[in-house]
Ligand binder design. Sequence first.
Ligand SMILES: [Zn+2]
Length: 143
Amino acid sequence: MSDEKFKMESRTFVLKHELPVSRVEKYWKGLEDGKIYGTVCKSCGAKFSPPQADCSYCYSNDMEWVEVGEEGEIEAFTQLYTHPQGFEFAGKPYVIAVARFGDFKVMGWFEDSDDALPTIGQKVKARTKQDETGVWKVYFTPA
Ligand SMILES: [Zn+2]
């Protein structure tokens, strides 16, 4: 018996899902206004960015919205050479970083005019803008 019989033609698989954002809509609206919000649990003090409507530590839904601030410090980053579906617009390798803004850790796209990689501890400024597909995102640039 030949293995040829068990081969299938490959097909493109598209997975599309809707994110339930109604309870964190303030975050997405904030990005349009240049603001980055997090949430603080009023019950146990846990802080979340991106914000969560419910505390994953004590399960309270009593949350306070706060702005995370404009200047942070790089804690981690990765440079991506592959472009997952939906990120084809990036074209060249891009850098995703996590920066600490006070008590919040914020994830964003790192941009440097010289295409330099960030360094751990580097001070960065955060801003928001639309990407090429119209989605609002957080971007970091050297401070
Ligand atoms: Zn809590």
